[in-house]
Design a binder for this molecule. Structure first.
Ligand code: 5GP
Length: 479
């Protein structure tokens, strides 16, 4: 049971009763609610009077693309909520009660908890909590959420007026059912300017998903007709960020600055940046796509997982491990040297007491030498809960050898956690308990993984240019 419900409710009531604008209040409540129940995102929606569709009035942790999936059909999306019931969806990508499963998948949403907002016994809206990992919610969580729903009920009554009087025209325009599709092998768009193409290439290098000019924002209306629109060059769904590129002509920069400022005033929830070429790298670094300058990067074909993506995934694994080992004190065992970055980050996110040990082994070579342990564990693992932490499992031969060695010491339990799983090349199939990313058959470096002893210090995981790897060399023996 979490002990933070009371401070959270106190905070939420204060926000609800503040001078902030309606949307800011709803967004703040969504944020506070998400954090309190340890979810990843939240959406507060209002039902239209005919109970046909839901309009989002506040959200936290959801990308603009997800929010723009259009108004939800109240009868198709989690319909039991209309009967005043709490609904829990364990797997949003497969459950038919979810109206946009493809969007849920693209956002990495796993489970959804839906709470009705009741006003005098009648459903007027709902709160949804989203999680990236399948998450069970306690009765105490649900009871907390029902109290938040009560606060929202009072607020939404006010909000209904707000939507009708002030925001309705804009919100109607904003909710565009023509949702931009995520690019799935889509042909490259015709870019209006070479700098845009160059920026797209940079995003591709970093494996950052992008959409070119997916949405136009009305900026001015005359007699209810749109008189001026603004279409940012790119939208980056993962960062929930619009990007407008500038050339170096001052007259154009001034004009674009004006439009961006105006857009921010009209659509305060939109995250947009005006960039010139020199800003690219700084912007990307801010989002965890570190500059490549100081590290050894010649030979890197592209980034497979950015620093941010790795950190996010490591946190998810650590959460799961902490839950599974609750009340225990596991020994984390790593094999030097590739696992160093992963081990370091993983253990810092574990909310458990742990001990740490390392082994080193010689890798198989073509001269017929058998694999042997060059550094054994420092302490006994007999009767201990051992979690073997690996950087990458490829053929499975290394792991198989090490597991045999560890099992001979009779630990109480032995599980495996690997950051990368190159399943396609598996020769010995060993069940893996925790997997960061499943990758295809490509040689990766960075974040501890090396090629000829180098590249370990890259903060991301990248793919080497295939021509760099000499054909006659069995590269995976070099770590
Ligand atoms: P396995 O015995 O499963 O074939 O290989 C495991 C070891 O090979 C890993 O611990 C790692 O050292 C190395 N390895 C396998 N694939 C890769 C890769 O794509 N990149 C790097 N740097 N090492 C790899």
């Amino acid at each position: 049971m979490r002990d933070n419900y009371y401070p959270a409710l106190k905070h939420i009531s204060k926000i609800a009763n503040s001078f902030f604008g309606f949307r800011k209040i709803c967004n703040s409540i969504a944020k506070s609610t998400t954090k309190t129940v340890h979810g990843d995102a939240c959406c507060i929606s209002l039902l239209n009077p005919q109970k046909e569709y839901l309009i989002t009035v506040g959200a936290y942790g959801l990308s603009d693309l997800y929010l723009r999936k259009g108004p939800l059909d109240a009868r198709k999306s989690l319909p039991e909520i209309l009967d005043g019931k709490i609904v829990f969806i364990a797997d949003a990508t497969k459950d038919e009660r979810v109206q946009h499963p493809e969007m849920a998948e693209a956002q990495g949403i796993s489970s959804i908890l839906g709470i009705p907002i009741l006003r005098k016994g009648e459903v007027i809206g709902e709160i949804r909590i989203y999680t990236r990992e399948p998450e069970e919610f306690s009765e105490a969580d649900k009871s907390f959420l029902l109290s938040v729903a009560d606060i929202c009920a009072i607020l939404l009554e006010k909000g209904e007026l707000y939507l009708l009087e002030k925001d309705y025209k804009t919100s109607k325009r904003q909710i565009n059912p023509q949702v931009a599709q995520l690019p799935t092998n889509a042909p490259r768009p015709a870019f209006a300017h070479p700098s845009e193409e160059e920026f797209a290439k940079l995003l591709d290098f970093y494996s950052i998903e992008w959409l070119y000019e997916p949405r136009s924002f009305p900026l001015h209306w005359e007699k209810d007709e749109v008189a001026e629109m603004f279409t940012p060059d790119f939208y980056l769904p993962e960062l929930d960020l619009y990007v407008e590129l500038t050339t170096l002509r001052q007259s154009l920069i001034t004009e674009k600055n004006r439009k961006v400022r105006h857009l921010k005033e009209l659509y305060p929830q939109i995250n947009i940046k005006l960039l010139n070429k020199n800003d690219y790298i700084h912007l990307l670094a801010k989002y965890g796509y570190w500059p490549l300058g100081e590290t050894k990067v010649e030979g890197i074909d592209r980034v497979l997982y950015s620093h941010t993506q790795i950190q996010r995934r490591v946190r998810v694994l650590a959460k799961r491990i902490s839950r599974d080992y609750a009340g225990k004190k596991p020994v984390l065992v790593g094999i030097l040297k590739g696992v160093t970055c992963f081990m370091s980050d993983l253990m810092q996110h574990l909310s458990l007491p742990i001990t740490l040990d390392f082994m080193a082994i010689s890798y198989y070579t073509s001269d017929g030498q058998v694999v042997k342990i060059t550094k054994d564990l420092d302490s006994s693992i007999t009767g201990q809960d051992v979690l073997m932490v690996e950087d990458i499992v490829d053929t499975g031969m290394t792991l198989n050898y090490v597991l045999k060695h560890l099992s001979a010491h009779k630990p109480a339990s032995l599980r495996i956690c690997t950051l990368l799983d190159k399943r396609a090349r598996r020769l010995i199939d060993i069940p893996l308990d925790y997997v960061g990313f499943e990758i295809s058959d490509e040689f990766v470096v960075g974040y501890g993984l090396d090629y000829r002893g180098e590249y370990r210090n890259l903060s991301f995981i990248g793919i080497l240019h295939p021509e760099l790897i000499e054909k006659d060399e069995r590269v995976h023996h070099l770590s």
